[in-house]
Design a protein around this ligand. Structure first.
Ligand SMILES: [Ca+2]
Ligand SMILES: [Ca+2]
Length: 521
């Protein structure tokens, strides 16, 4: 799918007319007569997205350069090891290709893993007891502190002495995943530098299946640097026929890490991909509201989110763009506390409080991007209130969706998607997109997350003007499609809308004719 309309020339319109001319004009005439009562339909009642056109430059850029989407959400962000995190991975991979893995916190969920990533994963070490997940010197702890309300991000830490040769953390790229294991790969590790001690480690890569041979080992890295601060390194793995999982670790197999040692983030970049997207999760905490999310980003040391953003920027390169996707709502219905933005509001579960919390999150994230040298026009925001849970939907969720739309409209580069218009509760139920055969409507199945993420992306990218049936071409079949769906809602591409306003009206006939013969690619 996709979307820059390219004009193939007027000849095709002329030929189209020659081939179908009388039929086209008959249809136009008939449509005009049939359409009259629905001309006045307000377009926004069907539209699943507000401000989509503000994100077009972001998604257009993914076709020519590297861009990053960063998700913040509740339990649905990484639910069951999939969640929005996996759904968005898949949607972005299908549409643009992935240029890198997520920026993964090394000690994810206190060493227990959180299931972030799709087709690759970090693995942590809680079971071995070789590392701690808190207790680092304050200046280092502040950069990814487990004591602030941000989850599931954690560091791994070792105060002093050697962690054994059976160190069990690093990350694995699956063979057949979205990152090509045979391509030239670059491992990025963000670690801590200490003002004392004589710690060291040596990053390495090996095959993730028998015979587990080592592909490459980097230089030994000292963790002493005279001051407490973060640093980052890279390890290059040249292209080669591996056809097996690839594992990156802090040491070669059988070699110790010696503390003091601390690791924040890891990531693998596919070096030859100069365009495409990547998806990382910054916040994924079950049972939490927009207020909790705001408390997390506001209470964290300013350097906390800044380090995350700087490590994203390091890999995407200069001129990069970032889109923060915020998904919340279900738990806001039970929020009792006053909102944390510039307009503190009670009750905490009101739409006004919800909006105030969203604004606080947005402004803090924008500040972090700009503080790390990002251009303010290159940071984008997408607010999606939680999916539909009933039909008609929960009144508070409906109110939050309206609030989210207003916040998005008041935010530079802001857009809001209404997930209930992309899939009703009835459709979700029929498609088995709720957990537990619909008994748990607060969480989705893996296919539910995948399907909704794909639909969400489809309504955010630049539409193929004139294409009513979704085949990326503007042909006679589009006139037929407009006619057969006339007067209805068409929230998704390919369902009759040819001009991107989510309703099928006479304007769509005009759009088909005006773009006749075009193809999008
Ligand atoms: Ca078409
Ligand atoms: Ca339309």
């Amino acid at each position: 799918m996709t979307h820059l309309a390219t004009r193939r020339g007027r000849w095709s319109f002329v030929r189209g007319l020659r081939a179908h001319g009388w039929r086209l004009w008959m249809i136009v005439f008939a449509t005009v007569l049939a359409a009259r009562p629905t001309w006045a339909r307000a377009p926004l009642e069907c539209a699943p997205v507000v401000g989509a056109e503000r994100l077009w430059s972001f998604f257009d850029a993914a076709r020519t350069q590297r861009v990053d989407v960063v998700g913040l959400g509740d339990s649905n962000q990484a639910f069951g090891g999939h969640g929005w995190d996996a759904g968005w991975h898949e949607a972005l991979s299908d549409e643009f290709g992935l240029y890198a893995t997520a920026l993964l916190a090394v000690g994810e969920n206190f060493g227990n893993g959180a299931g972030l990533g799709d087709g690759y994963q970090g693995f942590s070490t809680a079971s071995t007891g070789q590392f701690a997940y808190s207790g680092a010197p304050a200046a280092l702890d502040a950069l990814l502190s487990p004591s602030v309300a941000m989850q599931p991000l954690n560091y791994v830490y070792r105060a002093s002495g050697g962690a054994g040769a059976t160190i069990n953390w690093g990350m694995t790229l699956d063979f057949g995943g979205p990152i090509n294991v045979n391509a030239a790969l670059r491992y990025h590790l963000t670690y801590g530098v200490f003002d004392t001690g004589s710690g060291f480690f040596q990053p390495a890569a090996r095959r993730g299946s028998p015979p587990f041979d080592q592909f490459v080992a980097g230089s030994v890295v000292s963790t002493f640097g005279g001051a407490l601060m973060p640093a980052s390194l890279t390890l290059d793995l040249p292209a080669g026929t591996r056809n097996a999982p690839v594992v990156f670790r802090p040491t070669p197999w059988g070699v110790n890490v010696v503390g003091p040692f601390l690791a924040y983030y890891q990531r693998v970049e596919q070096v030859s991909r100069t365009s495409g997207a990547a998806f990382s999760t910054l916040y994924a905490w079950g049972g939490q509201s927009a207020r909790d999310m705001a408390l997390g980003v506001l209470s964290a040391d300013p350097l906390y989110v800044a380090l995350f953003v700087s490590q994203i920027r390091n890999v995407q390169g200069p001129g990069g763009k970032i889109l923060f996707r915020i998904n919340t709502g279900l738990n806001d219905r039970n929020e009792a506390l006053i909102s944390l933005g510039t307009n503190p509001t009670l009750p905490g579960n009101s739409a006004a409080a919800f909006a105030d919390n969203l604004k606080a999150v947005v402004e803090r994230l924008r500040g972090a991007w700009v503080s790390q040298g990002g251009a303010s026009e290159d940071v984008y925001f997408l607010i999606t209130v939680s999916h539909a849970v009933s039909e008609p939907d929960d009144a508070l969720l409906v109110a939050y969706r309206e609030a989210a739309a207003q916040v998005a409209l008041g935010t530079i580069n802001g857009a809001a998607v209404d997930l209930s218009k992309l899939a009703s509760a009835d459709e979700m139920l029929a498609n088995n997109w709720y957990q537990s055969n619909g008994f748990d409507r607060n969480h989705l199945t893996s296919s539910g997350f995948d399907a909704l993420a794909e639909r969400e992306l489809a309504v955010l990218i630049r539409p193929c003007l004139g294409d009513a049936d979704g085949d990326e071409r503007v042909r006679f079949s589009d006139v037929t499609k407009v006619l057969s769906t006339f007067g209805g809602c068409a929230a998704l591409p390919g369902r009759g809308d040819a001009n991107g306003d989510a309703v099928v009206t006479f304007a769509d006939v005009t759009a088909v004719l005006a773009n006749f013969g075009n193809e999008c690619d």
